[in-house]
Design a protein around this ligand. Structure first.
Ligand code: AMP
Ligand code: MG
Length: 449
């Protein structure tokens, strides 16, 4: 079944993966996205549906609310019995009982009668309006349980339908409530719940296998060792996958041997919709990553006109059942890996999730307070903290901009972009700001060095 669902991946490629040198960010992304399409539908429990896309039209099986009911705590009455009522000239009606939400009325409200009724309780037959407690002597009478009364004073003339919610006011039986393609946010989850199904038909989450490569890597928790560093990429990349709605599967670190890499890649291909590796794709690298990647699939090694993160590999591998699995080979430097995954992996994940229109980040114009220097005319993505000051966006760089300085990312909520071919943006000048984390506070972090 998954096979028929992926005809695009077997179709003739719009562009080959292989011949590409010095391409732009947009060209690279276009080539990558040509290999992705929405995944197949599945059903998930409502509490796992947030952020997913509805895979089939959702129709209502019944009216919501199912019965006409009261919008207020009050007295259900016949409107005509309240004609002329006002604070000086009240009407008095006979109270026949009490009805809470979730219970059904037993008798009719006859002429001269009223039923004490709580918000959400169904309207009793005979009644056509509700007089809220505030328009009666309810306040003077005290709690019903302590003092059930035989009569109520009505201080207002109620119009027919006053404070009554009609059956089907929210949703009518048979109506198209949420069309397929709708992204499920908190309100949509609520609407789905109100329709009574415990599950929703959605496009499933992509599984993204994440592989760190390198003899120098340790997993956090392992003891420190000379010459070794901790594997940051597996964690930041897995977090990006999860933040964007995918399901990360972090593989064991692959050492720089053909055997280890091959074994890890095969493990990753077992159930992944996409394989992401980091490190070993630079030009003139001693790593065996390139060799193994080429042996395992069709792989292009690209030079993208961006900094950080120039080297990028993109390939198509075969999963165990012959299913094509796209592979994204990111640079090893932690900042480069995260930026490249931001620019290419995010779009791929959103495409697989069925919401390809939603991956672009907001880009705003703003003023940079620091000079942004591009040493080699590639498009430079400087890590920055953006805030709104005096009605405009203002950006400050978050410190040293080396591609290994991961803390510069941790303090950033945006990339300040120096375009291709531009040597520098001077302090005080305008530039594009790509906002990636609106939830980071605008306060700069305390100085650390
Ligand atoms: P490479 O692409 O293999 O030349 O690696 C570039 C740099 O990134 C080297 O300094 C590596 O040690 C570093 N690096 C590679 N993988 C990771 C990782 N998973 N976590 C942190 N740093 C890494
Ligand atoms: Mg390496």
């Amino acid at each position: 079944m998954p096979h028929q669902q992926h005809p695009h991946r077997d179709a003739a490629p719009p562009t080959s993966i292989l011949p590409a040198d010095m391409i732009s960010v947009e060209e690279a992304r276009e080539r990558i996205l040509a290999r992705f399409a929405p995944l197949e539908a599945t059903r998930v429990p409502l509490d796992a549906a947030l952020g997913l896309v509805i895979a089939e039209d959702i129709h209502a099986g019944f009216d919501i609310p199912p019965l006409a009911n009261t919008a207020m705590d009050g007295y259900a009455v016949r409107a005509e019995d309240t004609a002329g009522a006002a604070p000086g000239t009240p009407r008095t009606l006979r109270v026949t009982g009490y009805l809470a939400a979730g219970h059904l009325p037993e008798g009719e409200v006859g002429p001269g009668e009223a039923l004490r009724i709580m918000t959400g309780a169904p309207m009793p037959p005979g009644a056509d309006a509700v007089v809220p407690f505030e328009e009666t002597d309810e306040q003077d009478l005290g709690p019903w349980q302590a003092n059930p009364r035989g009569t109520v004073r009505i201080d207002v003339a109620a119009a027919i339908g006053a404070n009554v919610r009609a059956a089907g006011e929210d949703v009518r039986s048979g109506e198209l409530v949420l069309p397929r393609g709708t992204v499920i946010g908190p309100a949509q989850v609520g609407v789905l719940a109100s329709l009574g199904d415990a599950e929703a038909p959605v496009i499933r989450r992509p599984r993204v296998a994440i592989l760190s490569t390198g003899d120098e890597l340790l997993r956090p928790g392992e003891p420190r060792a000379p010459g070794k560093i901790y594997d940051a990429n597996a964690f930041s990349l897995a977090a990006q996958v999860r933040a964007w709605g995918g399901e990360p599967h972090v593989l064991e670190i692959a050492r720089d041997t053909v055997e280890a890499l091959t074994a890890r890649i095969h493990e990753g291909l077992r159930d992944a919709d996409m394989l992401v590796t980091s490190a070993g794709v630079s030009r003139g690298d001693f790593d065996v990553v390139k060799e193994v990647l080429q042996r395992e699939g069709e792989v292009g090694f690209w030079t993208v006109r961006m900094r950080p993160g120039k080297p990028l590999a993109f390939g198509l591998f075969r999963g165990v059942d012959g299913r094509p699995v796209p592979h994204l080979g990111l640079p090893g430097n932690p900042v480069s890996a995260m930026l490249a995954f931001e620019l290419f992996g995010r779009a791929a994940i959103f495409t697989m999730l069925g919401k390809p229109q939603l991956w672009p980040r907001p880009v705003v114009r703003g003023v940079t307070l620091d000079r942004i220097e591009s040493t080699d005319l590639r498009r430079f993505f400087a890590r920055a903290r953006v805030s709104e000051e005096g009605g405009r966006y203002v950006a400050r760089l978050t410190g040293p901009q080396g591609s290994g300085v991961l803390t510069s990312m941790a303090f950033a909520n945006a990339y300040a972009i120096c375009p291709e071919g531009v040597p520098a943006i001077e302090a005080g000048a305008e530039c594009d700001l790509m906002l990636v984390d609106r939830e980071l506070p605008a306060e700069p972090p305390p100085p650390t060095r």
